[in-house]
Ligand binder design. Structure first.
Ligand SMILES: Nc1ncnc2c1ncn2[C@@H]1O[C@H](COP(=O)(O)OP(=O)(O)OP(=O)(O)O)[C@@H](O)[C@H]1O
Length: 306
């Protein structure tokens, strides 16, 4: 079993192709206890394939895959993981409590049904048949099944799809609790605010490669784009023609200027508009960083440089 400093899960130069499609192309990835890693990337980037390798559902064509230092197809390693995949098929007639009891029985030291239900926020649904639940409720039950075995490592594939804001907030709190207890979590998501809210590290994938890895702040810092907002009487056409102005949008009665040269833009605004009000300059959010990183040309440049 892995010690505290060893990786819970690791991909080393892992590759996987489906026929001519290279779904993963030499990927390195490592996760430690007490860490949440968010895997981001556009559709088809290779996120699900990477998780499939960790879970032993797929075999790598090249490179190595380790779960607790063992082969993921080894049952001893798999006893310590919990999984919430996108397309869970569960028997509709079983009650939630029965499902949790059944899933717990596969693990050596499971949580009690009540503890699992409380953590996942489904304690009030224990007597309800699974098939009669709403989509968001079913997702919460799937989360209870993922954590009932007291896993050291959780794989959550787009866990909050279909959840309302309150349910999402509760799931985030439960995930934070599990990470604070020292467990590792690998999360894939298309909700950038989810990665921003939860992740210690963010890994951006595109076309089977990792194109960026680091903290959310480090990822943002890689993107030079800034947003300059203000109330101004200056005509939009004039601002648009300034060097470095990429985009102009209206937000209510404010103008929002996207630029890589925020200082130049601010200098011009102040020089030309004595009545300028409400000036604000902000770094790009994760959404902008993500868009910029996964633009086709930037992916190509990174791949050439690698
Ligand atoms: N069973 C399969 N047979 C053939 N091609 C596949 C198979 N599974 C995945 N692929 C291809 O491999 C590539 C990576 O797919 P993968 O599902 O890992 O991406 P993803 O990042 O999880 O995408 P999404 O965000 O849409 O879930 C895609 O081009 C996909 O079409």
């Amino acid at each position: 079993m892995a010690g505290p400093d060893l990786a819970l899960a690791r991909l080393h130069q892992a590759s996987k192709s489906y026929g001519k499609v290279r779904a993963l192309d030499g990927v390195d990835l490592k996760l430690r206890g007490g860490e949440l890693l968010a895997l981001l990337g556009p559709n088809g980037a290779g996120k699900t394939t990477a998780i499939g390798l960790f879970l032993g559902l797929l075999r790598a064509d090249g490179g190595t895959v380790e779960l607790f230092g063992q082969d993921p197809q080894d049952i001893a390693a798999r006893r310590h993981i919990g999984v919430m995949l996108q397309d869970a098929q569960l028997p509709a007639t079983l009650r939630v409590g029965e499902l949790i009891r059944l899933a717990s029985s596969y693990y050596p030291a499971p949580r009690s049904v009540q503890e699992s239900a409380d953590l996942a926020g489904v304690a009030d649904l224990l007597k309800r048949p699974y098939g009669k639940l709403s989509g968001g409720q079913q997702r919460r039950v799937q989360f209870a099944l993922a954590l009932c075995g007291r896993p050291k490592l959780l794989f959550l594939d787009e866990p909050t799809v279909g959840m309302d804001i309150e349910a999402r907030g509760k799931l985030w709190a439960a995930i934070r609790h599990l990470v604070a207890e020292g467990n590792g979590v690998v999360l894939t998501t298309h909700y950038l605010e989810e990665a921003e809210a939860l992740a210690d590290r963010v890994c951006v994938m595109a076309k089977g490669r990792i194109i960026s890895e680091g903290s959310v702040d480090a990822l943002r810092a890689r993107v030079a784009m800034k947003r300059v907002r203000c109330h101004t009487q200056l005509p939009e056409d004039i601002i648009r023609a300034w060097p470095g102005v990429v985009e102009i949008a209206h937000e209510g009665d404010r103008l929002c200027i996207s630029t890589e040269h925020a200082e130049d833009v601010v200098r011009r605004l102040l020089a030309l508009d004595a009545d300028l009000r409400g000036l604000e300059v902000r770094a790009a959010g994760l959404a902008e960083a993500f868009t910029e990183l996964t633009r086709d040309d930037s992916v190509a440049a990174l791949q050439e440089a690698a």
